[in-house]
Design a protein around this ligand. Structure first.
Ligand SMILES: [Zn+2]
Length: 368
């Protein structure tokens, strides 16, 4: 497992360097260095012959070109392309890198040598700043602040400041000016489009837009058409609208990835629970003990302690078993349920969000 982790990390670093080779001359040196890492980790003659070959191979899943005993490893390992046809990191690769750097944030004592440097530098400072604010907060401030970072990941600076006061949330360094790669110019104005799922500004490439989180709705296109008030129309699998980018701020990528993205599922489930007849808002505790787990809910005679887990690799969840007995995964990760049931210690109940709602309904019915 360690070998595959090291190979994947070297592949990610080579690929990341490759994507910035035009702006940063030292990127070539990084690609050569990572090629050297591949050669040192694989048996002679098994690795890519040159750094160019390494880049070519990174356009295919490692399972196809690295000779290893893949059958003994979890399915998700080595099964994705690191570079896409557009020569950029694929969504899967970004997600893998984020999953790994996440360990750094959960456990600040963890060794970090194996976390790709690019992931570390981007995320560490902001994450630590937020962590410091949240750990000094009381439970109520904690919930208000966390919920704000989930529900308002972008907006004009004025709106964000108004929300902060209205909610009693703490001031954090979470927000930054809207970065250039998430806005586009039409006419003389700049625009952005919030992701229909998480409301964070979608990434822009030419006229094409997509949320950085792969499970969120596919690709959108900015069209030449404008509506009555001059707003550019956006076409895509679901409705999405362009908004003016003037004075807009959004949460930093680290906050979005580790608080907003999982929070969308958490908050939706909290709302659903509070709306059920027989439960009510008072019986739902959000992030008890400042996030020892995600939700405590009393349904009928049963108290459910729930941890929602939204991660690409089920093996990451089993490596650090949750503190709550009920483990819930988003419906789009239903395939993980069987694997988690198999590999978590006895006593855990693993379900998708949908199946968990059914369990709550039955508990309520029994109580009637
Ligand atoms: Zn999204």
């Amino acid at each position: 497992m360690k070998l595959v982790g090291d190979l994947t990390t070297a592949g990610l670093r080579a690929a990341q360097a490759w994507t910035v080779r035009r702006e940063q001359p030292e990127a070539w040196r990084e690609v050569s260095r990572m090629h050297g890492v591949f050669l040192s980790l694989l048996s002679p003659g098994c690795g890519p012959a040159t750094p160019r070959d390494l880049i070519k191979f990174l356009h295919r899943p490692m399972r196809e070109w690295v000779p290893l005993d893949w059958d003994s490893l979890p399915d998700e390992v080595g099964s994705f392309k690191i570079l896409g046809a557009d020569d950029l990191l694929t969504g899967d690769a970004v997600e893998y890198g984020s999953d790994y750097s996440e360990a750094l944030f959960e456990d600040h004592e963890a060794g970090i040598d194996w976390v790709p440097r690019w992931a570390r530098q981007t995320f560490e400072r902001v994450e630590r700043a937020i962590y410091t604010v949240l750990s000094s907060a009381g439970q109520e401030e904690y919930v208000a602040t966390r919920q704000m970072l989930i529900e308002v990941p972008a907006g004009t600076a004025d709106r964000v400041s108004d929300e902060l006061h209205a909610r009693g949330a703490l001031h954090t360094e979470a927000y930054e000016p809207l970065p250039p790669d998430r806005q586009f110019v039409v006419g003389s104005e700049s625009w952005y489009v919030p992701c229909p799922t998480c409301k964070w500004p979608m990434h822009v490439q030419g006229a094409s837009l997509a949320c950085r989180y792969p499970p969120h709705f596919g690709r959108f296109q900015v069209t030449d058409e404008r509506d009555g008030s001059g707003v550019p129309r956006v076409r895509g699998p679901v409705v999405a609208s362009a908004l003016s980018a003037a004075d807009v701020v959004c949460v930093h990528e680290a906050v979005w990835r580790y608080i907003t993205v999982p929070g969308v599922t958490e908050v939706a489930l909290m709302r659903w629970l509070a709306d059920q007849a027989g439960i009510g808002g008072d019986a739902v505790t959000k992030w008890p003990h400042k996030d020892r787990w995600d939700i405590t809910v009393r349904a009928g005679a049963t108290i459910f302690e729930v941890d929602l887990k939204d991660t690409r690799s089920p093996s990451k969840i089993t490596a650090r078993p949750p503190r709550a007995r009920h483990v819930v995964v988003p419906d789009y990760r239903a395939w993980q349920v069987a694997q988690l049931r198999r590999s978590l210690p006895a006593g855990y109940e693993v379900r998708t969000v949908r199946a968990f709602k059914t369990a709550i309904r039955s508990a309520l019915k029994e109580a009637r």
